[in-house]
Structure formats: C-alpha cells, structure tokens
Ligand binder design. Structure first.
Ligand SMILES: Nc1ncnc2c1ncn2[C@@H]1O[C@H](COP(=O)(O)OP(=O)(O)OP(=O)(O)O)[C@@H](O)[C@H]1O
Length: 278
C-alpha cells in the first residue's frame, strides 16, 4: 500500500526483561489518506500508547517491537534526530487537553509561527500569513485579532481548534487525535468533530481518532478497531462494528453508553432509526 501509515504486529512493553508488562500486544492498523480510523476501548486498553508509539513519544522504559511503516521507513527504528523530521511536521498529534500543546505566556500567533519556522523553515512574514490562513481553516473567528491573543483569552472549544491549527499548520499527512473532545462541553463537541472530518476530507489527512466514546466514533470514523488489554478484538467499517458487533466486549461498550448509542451523523445529529443498533 502506498501513502498513509501501516502498523504491523506492534508491541509496547514495560517492566524488565525478566518481568515484562506488555500493554500493546501485536496489533495491526492501517491509516489511509482521507480516512478516519477509530481506535476504541476502555481506559488502559493501550490506545494512547499506540498513538504515542507513532510519534516516538512513549514514556521512558517502554520497549517496542513490530513495525510502523511510514514514508518507506519503520519509524520504530529511527533515532531521535530522524524522528524530529516527522513528528509535528508530517505526523501531528492533538490531545485531550488543548492547553497541553499551548504555552500560556506566548501569543497564539507566536506559537503558530514559531512552530512553522522550526519545522518548515519559512520567513516571519510568510509564517504569519500561513498562521492566519490556518486559523481560518479551523474556523477561529477573526484570525487577525486571534493571533495577538493568549490562550487564556479563548474558550475550551476555541482552544482545541487552535491546537488543531498548530497540529496541521505544517501540512502533516497523519493526524493522531487522542480523545480530542473528551474535555469539551457537549455543546461544542460536535463542531470540533465536524472540523476534524472536514480537514480529513479537504486536506486528505489520514486521521487516527483515539477515544473510549463510541458515540464520538459513530459520527466520524470510517473504520473502527476495538482494543482491549493491548489486543485488537475486532475491526471493520463503523456501522458494521457498531450495529453488528461480533465481540461481547464491543456489545458491552455499546450497552454501557447512556441511553445506549445515540448514533450520530457527521453533523453530530442522531441518525434516524439508530435504535436498530441496540
Ligand atoms: N510509564 C508507564 N509505565 C508502566 N506502565 C504504563 C506506563 N504508562 C502507561 N502504562 C500502562 O499502559 C497501559 C495502556 O495505557 P494507555 O494510556 O495506552 O491506555 P488507554 O487505552 O489510552 O487509556 P486512557 O484512555 O486511560 O489513557 C495501562 O495499563 C497503563 O497503566
């Protein structure tokens, strides 16, 4: 397969050689341009470790095995110097807490342009123009004013849009979104999800959406992998997995949702007849 990113037999292990603690145990996953791949599962199932492995950001002491194929290379074999060429540049991440990727004391414009100048090496004026264009793309109102402001002057939803702008400003091919709406007010969640879908479609981004929330998955993911205790239990097109789950574990996740699943469409609206999924 060309383009995208392929994970093959990925393992992540903590602990010592004599007393290993495997947390990801031989998973396969494909990220394709213009597609959203969902990785679902309960807390502790290994979702975040999978995302962090793709960016070379695993905590110290983690050992890896298998392959993460991108750009004809196995990312797991790259040293830190080689990885910095990819991380934040061609492979970007959005986290649950947008403030984690933003400095509180620096203006939004400064952060966006610094990021761009480090990774893309472009001059100050072009960087400012690109920052404004990117804020337009993520629909932050009045970008010319927004670049002069500081993180605390924005709402949570706007901050998440800004952290998405930060992630995409270098035009990455891969975007890993780890619980991108979990910390947000429900009223703004649908807008951020819609934005991710639009960016995926318009920019041809290969998105990996990591979330425990199958309701979020239902509105967005093209395919869903369900993970438990470091293993992918089942994988398939979203409505196959959500409507006809093969595994009792997946059924349990669906049934555990409040009111079962309010399956949502791309606009975050409940899908008519979605009770058929119950
Ligand atoms: N530094 C570490 N040392 C040892 N074990 C760790 C370390 N970091 C995470 N783990 C373990 O790895 C497992 C997988 O964690 P991971 O964060 O990937 O789960 P998750 O599915 O993303 O859940 P959550 O949504 O809670 O983050 C967990 O059992 C966790 O305790």
């Amino acid at each position: 397969m060309s383009g995208g990113l392929q994970i093959r037999d990925l393992t992540v292990t903590f602990g010592s050689e004599r007393d290993p603690k495997p947390v990801v145990r031989g998973i396969d996953l494909d990220l394709e341009p213009g597609r959203i791949t969902g990785l679902a599962g309960e807390s502790g199932s290994g979702k975040s470790m999978t995302g962090l492995a793709m960016c070379g950001l695993l905590p110290g002491g983690a050992r890896t095995g298998g392959r993460i194929e991108f750009d004809g290379r196995n990312l797991l074999e790259l040293d830190e110097r080689a990885l910095t060429k990819y991380r934040g540049n061609r492979i970007a991440m959005v986290f649950q807490d947008p403030t984690a990727s933003l400095h509180p004391m620096l203006s939004i414009g400064r952060q966006l342009t610094d990021h761009l100048r480090v990774h893309a090496g472009i001059d100050k004026r072009s960087a400012r123009e690109r920052a404004i264009r990117t804020l337009e793309l993520v629909r932050v109102p009045d970008p010319e004013t927004a670049i002069k402001k500081y993180p605390h002057q924005f709402s949570g939803g706007q901050l998440q849009r800004i952290s998405i702008a930060m992630a995409i400003i270098c035009e990455p091919e891969i975007l890993i979104a780890d619980e991108p709406t979990t910390a947000l007010d429900v009223t703004v969640q649908a807008g951020v999800l819609r934005l991710l879908k639009q960016l995926c479609d318009d920019l041809g981004l290969a998105v990996m959406l990591v979330t425990h929330d199958l309701g979020v998955m239902s509105s967005l993911a093209d395919r869903i992998s369900v993970m438990r205790e470091g293993v992918i239990l089942e994988e398939g097109p979203r409505f196959d997995v959500l409507r006809r789950p093969r595994e009792a574990y997946t059924r349990g996740l669906i049934e555990a949702l409040p009111n079962h699943l309010p399956f949502l469409d791309e606009d975050g609206q409940p899908i008519a007849g979605s009770e058929a999924a119950r």
